[in-house]
Structures are given as C-alpha cells and as structure tokens.
Design a protein around this ligand. Sequence first.
Ligand code: IPE
Ligand code: IPE
Ligand code: MG
Length: 244
Amino acid sequence: MTRVIDGEELNIPEHVAIIMDGNGRWAKKRMMPRGMGHKKGADVVEQLCEDADDLGIRYLTVYAFSTENWKRSEEEVSGIMNILRKHLLGSIDRSVKNNMRVRVIGDKSGLAEDLQDTIRTLEEKTAHCTGLTFTIAINYGGRDELTRAARKLAQLAASGELKPEEIDEARISDSLDTAGVPDPDLLIRTSGEMRISNYMIWQLAYTEFYFTDCLWPDFNKEELIRAIRYFNGRERRFGGVKNV
Ligand code: IPE
Ligand code: IPE
Ligand code: MG
C-alpha cells in the first residue's frame, strides 16, 4: 500500500517489528532510575500504535521483555512487570474502541497468573477487531519459540497424527506463536545496538533492518516515518535477481 506523507509517496510496510531498546540509558542520561525509562517507553508505545495505524501499517510487533531479561535485578523485573500489568489492563477498552487487535507472543506460562488472565481478556475482547494487529512479545525468545514449536510437532508425530515428511516451512510457521501473521517487512532497533537479541529469528529471514541511535523513550512518529523512508530506498530481492 502507498501513502502520500509530507508530499512524498511512500510504500508502507505491512508488518513492522520493533526492538524497543535504550530505556535504561535514557533514564541514566537524566540521572533517573532505570524504571523511569521503562515507564516513558511504555507511554511511547501507546502513541505509536495510533501513529502506525494512521500511516496504514497493518501489523506492529514490539519486543517488551525477552526470555533473557529475567537476568536483571528483581527490582527492575518487577518494575517492568508492573508497567505491563498497568498498560495491558488499561488498554482493553481503548483497543476495542480503536478497533485494534492485541496479541501476546512468548511463553505466557512463565508470567504471573493475574498477568496471564489480563492477557487472555485482552486477546479475547479484541479478537474481532479488524484494524491494526498489535503484538507484544513478553517472556519471548526466538529460540524458545522454535523449541516449543519443535516439541508440539514431535508430540503430533509421536501420536501418529503427523508424518515427519509432512513437516515443511509452512507447518513450522504455523506452529510458532506468530501463526497467521505475515513475516515482518521492516525491523527497527533503537539505541544504536545492531543485533537481533533472540527476536523472531525465524520470521526475520528476509526482513529489512533499520538501526537508529534514537533511544526508545524518544521514539515518535517522525522517527517511524524516517524508518519507512529508509525501507523505501531498499531493493528487496528475496534471493532473486534485480529486474532490469
Ligand atoms: C529496553 O531497554 C527494555 C527492555 C529490554 C526490557 P533497556 O532496559 O535494555 O535499556 P538499555 O539497553 O539498558 O539502555
Ligand atoms: C532486547 O533488548 C530485548 C528487548 C528490547 C525487550 P536487550 O537490551 O535485552 O538486549 P541486549 O542485552 O542488549 O542484547
Ligand atoms: Mg538494552
């Protein structure tokens, strides 16, 4: 889909994935505790969903908490979980009003019971929404997701419901938490780091990568448009040869 933005016709990526990084450094620069960076970062996400929808993006997937982030101090982890709690609970009515479908990927069984309940409610109440599909990765790791998928397929094979030769790429994609969602067209990582940090390792196979030094709490619509402009300058070949 194309949109005219500030007088320029831009091809809008259908699915944008984001590694929201730099909350801690944003807070440190301001001599504030890291938790303040997470709080501001979560506020930015709320606004960004509206901006993404406005721009015509169909799927937005953000990395909120990785399977490795448990290594952080108990104080920081519980602070992040409380922010998620508050935002997820507070977003139920707004998401329905904005026709936004919300999904959570990651190992939900590792989350507190009340958080799991909130996620279930949010997913159920927005299941019919046809606007932006907003996916939040919580206790998510690409390797963990693939491991869980392999286990599911192995169980089906062991019980005779699936033949090993029936396992193909589509079957694996359908066994992941992101089943039914197209692969990301554009990945954005903030804060200057240039690594995947275990994010959607299967789904990002042919995604364009955009890195910016902007720290996540400073991210906004202008930054998103800048990333889309970069995406428009890329030539996607998917292993083929450029048509001349
Ligand atoms: C991203 O910001 C949020 C999470 C990983 C939960 P960080 O907390 O990693 O911020 P930096 O990288 O320390 O600045
Ligand atoms: C990736 O950021 C995870 C999230 C943004 C949730 P990290 O800050 O945890 O990644 P590393 O440790 O720099 O690779
Ligand atoms: Mg970080």
